[in-house]
Design a protein around this ligand. Structure first.
Ligand code: PRP
Ligand code: URA
Length: 206
C-alpha cells in the first residue's frame, strides 16, 4: 500500500534535492532532514506499551515504544537516510544490505548482507531514496523476510508507478512511504524528473 507523505517542509526540501546545483554537503544534509521528517509521520501508528515512571514528584502512568525499530539502508544511497531517522530514534539498530543495479540489465545484484538479530519482533524500515524499477527494494525486502522480518516498511524519497507496482505485486504486505511520486523512468532506468543518481550525489562520486 502506498502512503504519499505531503507536507510543505518535505516538498520544499525535496525541491532543493532535485536542483542540479545543490552540492554534496547540502544534498547530504537535506536528505537527512527529509528522512527525519518522514520518520515522524511513518512512526505515528507504531505500538506503545504502558509503563510507570517516577517523576521528581510522583509516579506517572505513561507509555513507551513497545517494539524495537531496525533501520536497513540499502547501500549505498540508503546510508544517506540513516542519521536523520536515528537522531529521532536513537535506540534503533541498523543492518545493511548492499545492492547495485547492473547498468545494462537493471537487475539488482546483492553483494553484502549484515543484519541485527530478532528481526521477527521488530519494526523494520528499509531505506532507499530511489524506487525506480523496484528491483532493488524488492530484493532487499526478500532478504529481510528470509531472515525472519514480518513487519516491514519501505521508506523511499522519490518513486515511480512502475516501482510501486513491483513492490505491491512482490510484497503486498509491505507499506510503501514516498515524499514524491514522479512520472516515469528514462531509457537508462533513471527517474524523471527525479534527482539524478542518489548515490553519486550523496558521496560525490561523479
Ligand atoms: C540506486 C538506488 C536504488 C536503486 C533503485 O542504487 O539507490 O538502490 O538504484 O533502482 P531500482 O528500483 O531500479 O532497483 P544503485 O544501483 O545506483 O547503487 P548505488 O546506491 O550503490 O549507487
Ligand atoms: N537510482 C538512482 O540513484 N536514481 C534514479 O533515478 C534511479 C535509480
Amino acid at each position: 500500500m502506498l502512503n504519499l507523505l505531503k507536507h510543505p517542509l518535505l516538498t520544499h526540501k525535496l525541491t532543493h534535492l532535485r536542483r542540479k546545483e545543490t552540492n554534496t554537503k547540502e544534498f547530504r544534509e537535506t536528505l537527512e532532514e527529509i528522512a527525519g521528517l518522514m520518520a515522524y509521520e511513518i512512526t505515528r501508528d507504531i505500538p506503545m506499551k504502558d509503563i510507570v515512571v517516577r517523576t521528581p514528584l510522583t509516579d506517572c502512568q505513561t507509555f513507551e515504544l513497545a517494539k524495537d525499530i531496525v533501520l536497513i539502508p540499502v547501500l549505498r544511497a540508503g546510508l544517506g537516510m540513516v542519521n536523520g531517522i536515528a537522531n529521532l530514534i536513537p535506540g534503533a539498530r541498523v543492518g545493511h544490505v548492499g545492492i547495485y543495479r547492473d547498468h545494462l540489465t537493471l537487475e539488482p545484484m546483492t553483494y553484502y548482507v549484515k543484519l541485527p538479530e530478532n528481526l521477527e519482533d521488530s519494526i523494520v524500515m528499509v531505506l532507499d531514496p530511489m524506487l525506480a524499477t523496484g528491483g532493488s527494494a524488492s530484493t532487499a525486502i526478500q532478504v529481510l523476510k528470509d531472515s525472519g522480518a514480518t513487519t516491514i516498511k519501505l521508506v523511499c524519497i522519490v518513486g515511480v508507478p512502475q516501482g510501486i507496482s513491483r513492490i505491491e505485486k512482490d510484497h503486498p504486505d509491505v507499506q510503501i512511504f514516498l515524499a514524491a511520486l514522479d512520472k516515469k523512468l528514462d531509457e537508462k532506468g533513471y527517474i524523471l524528473p527525479g534527482l539524478g543518481d542518489a548515490g553519486d550525489r550523496i558521496f560525490g562520486t561523479k
